[in-house]
Design a protein. Structure first.
Length: 119
């Protein structure tokens, strides 16, 4: 099971740190991706981190503002979001699977956490 948390309401320019915690099994052998979906919009790739944490990939929309990291001892992946913009408002979901920016390569999905950025 994966559970994302850490969302909330923040003003534009602010920061949030999301966590994706795994339980029931270890996900240290899986890449973890972050995706987001706003109402009426398609799901969008945000970031991915390899199983080792050495390799990361960020979408062009968040590069320079977001970072992704993981702590395999704690079985947790983090998404640090800085300089948030209203267009970052969405439900954020983490997923474990094969390292890519494509949702279909991820097999395990957690419940999302809502991020709302006010202008």
């Amino acid at each position: 099971q994966l559970q994302a948390c850490g969302g909330g309401l923040v003003q534009a320019g602010g920061s949030l740190k999301l966590s994706c915690a795994a339980s029931g099994r270890t996900f240290s052998n899986y890449a973890v991706g972050w995706f987001r979906q706003a109402p009426g919009m398609e799901r969008e790739f945000v970031a991915a981190v390899s199983w080792s944490g050495i390799t990361t990939y960020l979408s062009e929309y968040v590069k320079g503002r977001f970072t992704v990291s993981r702590d395999n001892v704690k079985n947790t992946v983090y998404l640090q979001m800085n300089n948030l913009k209203p267009e970052d408002t969405a439900g954020y979901y983490c997923a474990a699977g094969r390292y890519s920016y494509t949702a279909r390569t991820y097999d395990y999905w957690g419940q999302g956490t809502q991020v709302t950025v006010s202008s």
